[in-house]
Design a protein around this ligand. Structure first.
Ligand SMILES: [Zn+2]
Ligand SMILES: [Zn+2]
Length: 207
């Protein structure tokens, strides 16, 4: 019997909101984690083999960490698994046979795959995101409000850091060499809290 060992995992990226597809061979998943990196450069998490399970450890679209354990039977046997966050029940993406994953993603109204073409300068974007992740990893990105909680939004030519508590936003250019060099010289990003005056303006009804 010939087993087609090719599988795909499609995950919604919390940074660029696109759906990133990763293909791999079933037999390539070992205790060494397979890193799931989006085309925008954001590291979504990893997939690895544990003793009796396969572990998927990823960030949901809201930036929450979700850990899913799949049995060997599920991992090897299912044509398509809809991955749901155990915490919020939200969709994280799909895992399964390549064709099935492709089909279900393209079927969704918001379903689109992210590729390097989506960025004005993919190299610079990758560098900028790596640098930001590195800063975040060392706790060097924060907001001065009471409950600093920084999320990241990725656009074709820039990145926005957003404090989800106070609404403060910092825009970082990510399309030219100068943007990249400027960020390389930054040792820490401290965001000014968004004042209530601004929040009040934001909350004004639209009509
Ligand atoms: Zn992304
Ligand atoms: Zn804040």
């Amino acid at each position: 019997m010939i087993v087609n060992s090719e599988r795909a995992i499609a995950l919604t990226c919390p940074a660029c909101q696109g759906i990133q597809k990763h293909t791999f061979s079933l037999f390539s998943i070992s205790k060494n984690p397979l890193k799931l990196v989006c085309a925008c450069g954001f590291s979504q998490g990893h997939l690895r083999r544990m003793n009796k399970h396969f572990e998927l450890d990823v960030l949901s679209i809201e930036g929450e960490r979700a850990r899913i354990l799949l049995t060997r039977g599920q991992f090897f046997g299912m044509p398509l698994i809809h991955l749901l966050s155990p915490m919020s029940g939200q969709s994280l993406g799909y895992l399964g046979e390549l064709a099935s994953v492709q089909e279900v993603v393209l079927d969704q109204p918001s379903g689109f795959f992210i590729g390097p073409d989506d960025f004005e300068n993919p190299d610079v974007m990758r560098n900028v995101l790596e640098r930001l992740e590195e800063l975040a990893g060392r706790d060097k990105i924060r907001c001065e409000c009471e409950h600093s909680s920084i999320g990241i939004d990725v656009y074709p030519d820039q990145v926005e850091l957003v404090c989800s508590y106070c609404g403060s936003v910092v825009k970082i250019g990510a399309s030219t060499r100068q943007h990249q060099e400027r960020l390389e010289r930054v040792a820490e990003i401290v965001m000014e809290p968004c004042t209530s005056r601004f929040l009040g303006e934001w909350l004004k009804p639209l009509t």
